[in-house]
Design a protein around this ligand. Structure first.
Ligand code: 13P
Length: 248
């Protein structure tokens, strides 16, 4: 049995006070129940310390949205894996499509970040997914395979299956156009098959316009173990409802 995981990616939103309020509300709600899922939030780095303090003893984990591929040194603007670990992060997103698209991050860079993160004891959440043009060209599986293979090559298969993979079709991110449960399950099946037997226990998340309207149907799919939630994670009541659906 794979334990469900729901992660909120706040992206570059909110304020210091807003982050404390949002995480406070999630912490209060989550710690009130007997939980059989894992839950985490990924605020902007500058709010990590405040959010870590608010989440203390709540059972809600902390994650970062990005990490440097380098350990330390003259890399202006970067934040290392050991710094994130020191601030209480358990998880870190790696290779999010916005990093790939807006910042030109390659699969090889994402793989180097994966290695750096795992080396410091963080759990990487590797994000993979195709663009609309790639899907329309029938290349969805090929693109996802390339993104997975880069990490297998850099880190090894065993390292990848110890982490978390989030399938986030780029065309579904922030668009309100969610992948159908069948489309999502199809790619999840592909991912598990590609990684082989060892991937049986690995958690696979779906991301892209997850909402209270569609989460339950997605979670019914055999290979979907949770969600990476963007917009809806900024609304505590919506985020908690999605968590409850993952638990059901
Ligand atoms: P939305 O849920 O806003 O579509 O964002 C998904 C995402 O990118 C999570 O990482």
């Amino acid at each position: 049995m794979r334990r469900p995981l729901v992660v909120g990616n706040w992206k570059m939103n909110g304020s210091r006070l807003g982050s404390v309020e949002l995480s406070g509300s999630i912490a209060k709600n989550f710690s009130a129940g007997d939980r059989c899922i894992d839950c985490a939030v990924c605020p902007p780095d500058v709010f990590l310390a405040d959010v870590a303090a608010t989440l203390a003893n709540s059972g809600v984990g902390l994650g970062a949205q990005n990490v440097s591929q380098y350990e330390e040194g003259a890399y202006t603007g970067d934040v290392s894996a050991s710094m994130l670990a020191e601030f209480g992060c358990t998880y870190v997103l790696v290779g999010h499509s916005e990093r790939r698209t807006c910042f030109g991050e390659s699969s090889q860079q994402a793989a180097a970040k994966f290695v750096a993160a795992q080396g410091k004891g963080l759990i990487p959440i590797l994000c993979v997914g195709e663009t609309l043009a790639e899907r329309q060209a029938g290349r969805a599986f090929e693109v996802v395979a390339e993104q997975l293979d880069a990490v297998v090559e850099a880190a090894g298969l065993s390292a990848l299956v110890e982490a978390v993979v989030a399938y986030e079709p780029v065309w579904a991110i922030g668009t309100g156009e969610v992948a159908s449960p069948v489309q999502a399950q199809e790619v999840m099946t592909f991912i598990r098959a590609r990684l082989g037997e060892k991937a049986g226990a690995m958690r696979l998340l779906y991301g892209g316009s997850v909402s209270v309207e569609n989460a339950a149907q997605l979670f019914e799919q055999r290979d979907i173990d949770g969600a990476l939630v963007g917009g809806a994670s900024l609304h505590p009541e919506q985020f908690m409802t999605i968590c409850q659906m993952a638990e059901a």
